[in-house]
Design a binder for this molecule. Structure first.
Ligand SMILES: Nc1ncnc2c1ncn2[C@@H]1O[C@H](COP(=O)(O)OP(=O)(O)OP(=O)(O)O)[C@@H](O)[C@H]1O
Length: 899
């Protein structure tokens, strides 16, 4: 193993057979076959047989297996066979459902695969990090996750957070110079290791190790952020199901003992009874179907471009009360077009929209302006094109950009004014750069002037920043005069008030002093050239989504780095903060915590805010009792994203650091996607609730039938085998159908769910009890009635079984709405899975009732039409009573809302 950190850069490149400009694609491909992909092996997913075996690890199945053994001793072979079949089918169902949940999450993991910027064939391209090979040269930019182990060969103030690897929380300053061969991992400043995060600056590094050969691979730490298949709600339900199982088992044991000791029943008879009781009452399918519901929800969100990184976020989304969103690119389109250039006492309008460089520069009454005849315009256009890291590409007549859209807009301006990037750069080659950072709001570049004696610095950034660095301004005639700060401030405010993003452009000449540019160099003695006004139209779908959020009781707050007036105008167009002034970052800084809490309560637009402000805003909102979703894209947004209840990162424009801190990633960076995710989140929660509300009464009803029979010493209305049949025939078909319930249209018309709301509320217990009793009364009543009227016990039992199953079918339709009516087309027929499940269930019941095989196994018997009518009567009763109860609940709620 080489000690790459101690080698100098040339030796490193030589040994790796590469150059500062990286590898060719062919060579990279060859190396990829040799070294394998740059991935850590996934935690070995369990073998299928192990996953299958694990399904048997379940209290109920233990009970049933035990019962099967005992019935075998008693030579009740049919019971034994049915019990064993039930065990196997239950385990298989669990197995299939778990598999389905897993594969849903797998496809989502793939969407989150990291990418890297790599030099290939002399160009920098964006590739999946898995394609990296030793010898590749990688470009690291602040916010990137280091994709492989690198020996740094060029470093520009690069700082890397290595906490993931070394536990050291202070970012490390990197260098390209070799360090001592014996240095510990944390001291190898010339290397950057896979899994750490660049938090500042920029650098190039050559890949020295990939995949399992990296330090991360060696310490065998697995990639963070792999979603786990559980959430607080699922755990709550799992605990509840286990608790219920134990209670039922204890109750069964007591019944068993009482039956023998008190009533003098035979142990064999009592035993079958008790097994039937346990099998009917324990909600064994609950956790498995809940997991499926959740992963289906996650899949639905992914289809809508919202990729969930942490499963609990699905639930939290449903209770979000505030969404804090960035402006640029999320609420707006991030398709920037320069509309105005303001030189001293001279305004130029720019025609055209979008990135196609067609449009004229005009002044006054539409007179076309010649750039060359207006010195400040000429220099401003040059400054915009040169102080720029974007690219404008003509791809078969369609204009595309690479890099920052604000900068691309300046390239388009250049073209419209007749200046290409190539020509500009040829005339004034760049020597150095201070890149743009949101915190500082400016960018500066250093260029060699024609005469070799001077260097020229171009500065572009937020007007107040640039103005503060200016002493002079360039007049229309080319003369320099003392800068008129008041004039420029007024122009900047005017432009911003129209909703335009304003940038100021300035320059400064200095003696050639060594081709490097520092922060301080960009702070004094500049000459102001012009202001440019850039339009970034709101996304129409975001405007709609904001309205939808408001209807759903969710407050939307816009947090932007832009000028207060721009923010106010865009806010107004979006329906945010209308009529009130935005609060600025500087104002936030002046507020203490209690004051900030008051301010956030009634401000919707925050301007000139930087990432640190976001963190304080999240905290203040949370202290006010809100559940907060917060968007972010930069490295410095990570703390706010982590702190928020739902951190939302941008997938297209965001850094890896932000994605890693987030719970959800937006593939399209679009605000409307957040609203869609909230809608789905509410839908998933609803579906979980609906499923539990369906499942518990079906178990409860059966259990009550058996308990009542024991208590009143009646003939048993359901044999153990029949109870198991009902469970198998209904839970696997009917219950599962609810997992596919589409999100209700009305979810975004009600307020967010209180975060403390428990699923198992008083209303919930009432509903479960009511339906359980109804089902029990129907089945037991019919059974006794039939016995009274002299039919055989087989027919009476077949009626009882069918009564329960038919009641469940009807109640399944009730369960499609928790409180809403289903007495409409959508309610009755809106879910084809429900209709399919009911059809399947009817088929099974007909087999059960009429085929001789089932009649032998389960002791069922054919029914007459009159008997079916009675069965149907029970189903309809359950259905209409449940609808009447919902109607009453709605009335009560409406009354309460009125008073
Ligand atoms: N590439 C750039 N070069 C120089 N200055 C810039 C550049 N981009 C933006 N600015 C200036 O910095 C300010 C803040 O920009 P910033 O990128 O932080 O806001 P934003 O992140 O685009 O907005 P939002 O927070 O809504 O996404 C802008 O108003 C502009 O004046």
């Amino acid at each position: 193993m080489h000690r790459w950190h101690a080698l100098d850069t040339t030796a490193t490149l030589d040994r790796l057979g590469t150059s500062p400009t990286g590898l060719s694609s062919d060579e990279a491909e060859r190396r990829l076959t040799e070294h394998g992909p740059n991935e850590l092996p996934r935690p070995p997913s369990d073998r299928w047989w192990w996953r299958l075996l694990r399904q048997f690890h379940n209290v109920l199945l233990y009970v049933m297996l035990g019962a099967a053994v005992i019935t075998a001793f008693l030579q009740h072979w049919i019971d034994t066979a049915v019990l064993l079949a039930a065990v196997v089918i239950n385990a298989l169902l669990g197995f299939v459902q778990e598999g389905r949940a897993e594969s849903a999450l797998d496809s989502i993991r793939a969407m989150l695969a990291p990418r890297a910027r790599v030099h290939r064939d002399g160009r920098i391209v964006d590739l999946p990090a898995a394609d990296l090979v030793p010898g590749d040269v990688v470009r690291l930019v602040s916010g990137d996750r280091v994709p492989a182990d690198l020996r740094l060969i060029r470093v520009r103030e690069l700082r890397v957070d290595e906490a993931a690897l070394t536990g050291e929380s202070v970012p490390v300053d990197k260098t390209s110079h070799p360090v001592d061969a014996d240095s510990e991992l944390g001291d190898r400043r010339s290397a950057a290791y896979a899994g750490t995060v660049a938090v500042f600056g920029q650098g190039d590094g050559v890949v020295t190790a990939t995949g399992v050969h990296t330090e991360l691979g060696r310490i065998n730490a697995l990639l963070a952020g792999i979603p786990k298949t559980t959430t607080p709600l699922l755990r709550q339900i799992g605990r509840f199901a286990r608790w219920l199982a134990v209670v039922i088992l204890v109750a069964a044991a007591v019944t068993f003992v009482l039956g023998i000791a008190w009533r003098g029943e035979s142990p064999a008879q009592m035993f079958t009874l008790v097994v039937a009781l346990a099998a009917s009452a324990i909600p064994e399918g609950l956790p498995a179907i809940m997991t499926v519901t959740l992963s289906l929800g996650v899949q639905r969100m992914a289809r809508r471009n919202a990729v969930i990184r942490r499963l609990p976020a699905v639930e939290t989304l449903g209770s979000v009360t505030v969404i804090c969103s960035d402006k640029t690119g999320t609420l707006t389109r991030n398709e920037m077009t320069v509309q105005k250039v303001l030189c001293a006492h001279h305004r130029i309008d720019v025609g055209g929209i979008g990135y196609a460089p067609v449009g004229a520069l005009t002044a006054g009454e539409g007179t076309v302006v010649d750039r060359a005849s207006v010195p400040p315009l000429d220099l401003a256009v040059r400054a915009g094109v040169l102080c720029n890291d974007a690219r404008l590409l003509d791809v078969d007549g369609a204009w595309q950009i690479e890099g920052d859209p604000t900068e691309a807009a300046l390239l388009v301006l250049g073209r419209k004014a007749g200046l290409t990037q190539q020509d500009a750069e040829h005339a004034w080659p760049r020597l150095d750069v201070v890149p743009f950072e949101s915190e500082h709001r400016f960018m500066a570049t250093l260029h060699r002037a024609d005469d070799d004696v001077h260097e020229r610095i171009f500065l572009k950034g937020a007007p107040e920043k640039v103005l503060a660095a200016c002493t002079h301004q360039l007049e229309k005639d080319g003369s320099r005069t003392v800068v008129d700060t008041a004039y420029w401030s007024t122009r900047a405010t005017e432009t911003a008030t129209q909703g335009l993003r304003v940038l100021a452009l300035a320059y400064r000449d200095r003696d050639a002093v060594g081709a490097t540019l520092d922060f301080e160099d960009a702070e004094h003695d500049f000459t102001l050239l012009a202001l440019v006004g850039i339009i970034d139209p709101p996304r129409e779908e975001a405007v709609v989504a904001v309205r939808e959020c408001h209807r759903a009781g969710i407050t939307v707050k816009m947090i932007t780095g832009d000028h207060a007036d721009t923010a106010a105008e865009i806010g107004t167009q979006m329906g945010l903060g209308i009529g009130s002034r935005p609060v600025t970052g500087a104002e936030i800084e002046a507020l203490d915590e209690p004051a900030l809490r008051r301010v956030v309560a009634d401000t919707d637009v925050f301007a000139r805010a930087s990432p640190e402000h976001k963190l304080r805003l999240v905290r203040a909102l949370q202290e006010n009792g809100h559940v907060v979703a917060m968007t972010g894209d930069g490295v410095n947004d990570a703390p706010a994203l982590t702190r928020a209840d739902v951190g939302v990162a941008m997938g297209a424009g965001g850094t890896e650091a932000a994605k890693e801190a987030a719970d959800m990633v937006l593939a399209d960076d679009n605000f409307a996607t957040i609203a869609a995710a909230v809608r789905e989140g509410r839908g998933v929660y609803d579906n979980l609730k609906k499923f539990v509300l369906f499942m518990l009464p079906t178990n409860g009803g059966e259990a009550l039938v058996v308990i009542a029979a024991i208590l009143f010493q009646l003939t048993l209305p359901l044999t153990p085998a029949q109870v198991l049949w009902i469970n198998l025939a209904t839970v696997s078909t009917l219950g599962l159908a609810l997992a596919f319930e589409p999100t209700e249209a009305s979810v975004m018309r009600r307020p967010p769910r209180p975060p403390t709301e428990s699923l198992l509320s008083a209303f919930f217990v009432w509903r479960v009890a009511m339906v359980s009793v109804l089902m029990m009364a129907g089945a037991l009543g019919l059974f006794l009635w039939e016995l009274e009227s002299g039919t055989t016990v087989e027919v009476a039992r077949t009626i009882a079984v069918n009564a329960i199953v038919v009641a469940e079918m009807f109640y399944l339709i009730n369960s499609r709405r928790i409180e809403g009516s289903v007495l409409n087309r959508e309610g009755l027929f809106g879910n084809r899975y429900v209709l399919g499940a009911i059809t399947a269930c009817i088929g099974l019941q007909l087999l059960y009732t009429y085929t001789s095989f089932f009649q032998t196994v389960f002791g069922s018997a054919g029914l007459t039409l009159v008997e079916w009518a009675k069965v149907l009567g029970v189903g309809l009763t359950v259905f209409f009573v449940a609808e009447a109860e919902k109607w009453a609940v709605r009335r009560i709620r409406a009354r309460r809302a009125e008073s």
